[in-house]
Design a protein around this ligand. Structure first.
Ligand code: ZN
Length: 238
């Protein structure tokens, strides 16, 4: 026989990724003798990026381990926020507003709405960026080490999820990065940009910044005030 019979039990929100009969129960699973825990767990539907810890017969083991006949495996989600030394993201093409919001909060965020799965996984790997997507299959790709499966389909709730999961709130640096292109913003004098401003803005505004990458000019308007209130709301995301 080339397989081993083991028993699995997934905990808490990891059950959302399983087929219905396997949720919240212990079940038997046939695994190949050369299969790693990562392989078996992902074949059941759970991306490794969502797994916090694994206990086999009560002992914590890494996802690279293999299984033996009769093993009992418990799989737990992350229970505390994941701290990133340098939070940098790559965002799936379907999450454009989330990408813009992360940039608005100052986070280095790679986004191309036309990027396919191969390119997204490649950017995540080569640039060591954390991949945010709602596509479970994409998180299972070999190249993807850091990732998160975004649950909500509402951009504000998505940002709340990501803020909580990666403890981002104290690292917000609002209005330091271009929402359009991810370039860094630099203060500029009015004289430097006044020829680019609409007449009303030229008369009423005095502080400006400019994207070092695409050259777009920004100033504080009603949009800015609304965003500040909105960022304040994110304090509830802890
Ligand atoms: Zn820009």
């Amino acid at each position: 026989m080339n397989g081993v019979r083991v028993r699995f039990r997934f905990h808490d929100e990891l059950n959302d990724f399983l087929a219905l009969p396997k949720r919240n129960v212990e079940f038997e699973q046939l695994a190949g003798v050369t299969d790693t825990l990562k392989h078996v767990i992902e074949s059941l539907g759970v991306p490794h990026t969502e797994v916090g810890s694994i206990a086999v017969n009560g002992n914590l083991l890494p996802v690279s381990e293999r299984l033996s006949e009769g093993d009992r495996v418990e799989v737990f989600p992350h229970t505390t926020p994941i701290l990133l030394s340098h939070p940098r993201f790559v965002i799936d093409g379907h999450l454009g507003r989330l990408a813009a919001y992360l940039r608005m909060l100052g986070f280095d965020t790679w986004y191309d709405r036309f990027a396919d799965d191969v390119l997204l996984a490649q950017v995540a790997s080569t640039e060591e960026r954390l991949l945010l997507t709602r596509d479970v299959g994409l998180l299972k790709r070999r190249e993807v080490e850091l990732g998160y499966c975004v649950r909500s389909d509402k951009p504000h709730d998505q940002l709340c999820e990501v803020t909580r999961r990666f403890a981002l709130r104290l690292r917000f640096a609002p209005f330091t990065r271009c929402m359009d292109c991810n370039g860094l913003l630099c203060p500029v004098s009015k004289d430097e940009v006044k020829h680019l401003l609409p007449p009303h803005t030229r008369e009423t505004k005095n502080e400006f910044s400019r994207c070092q990458n695409c050259g777009k000019v920004f100033w504080r308007g009603s949009h800015h005030a609304r965003m500040l209130g909105w960022i304040q709301d994110l304090t509830a995301c802890q």
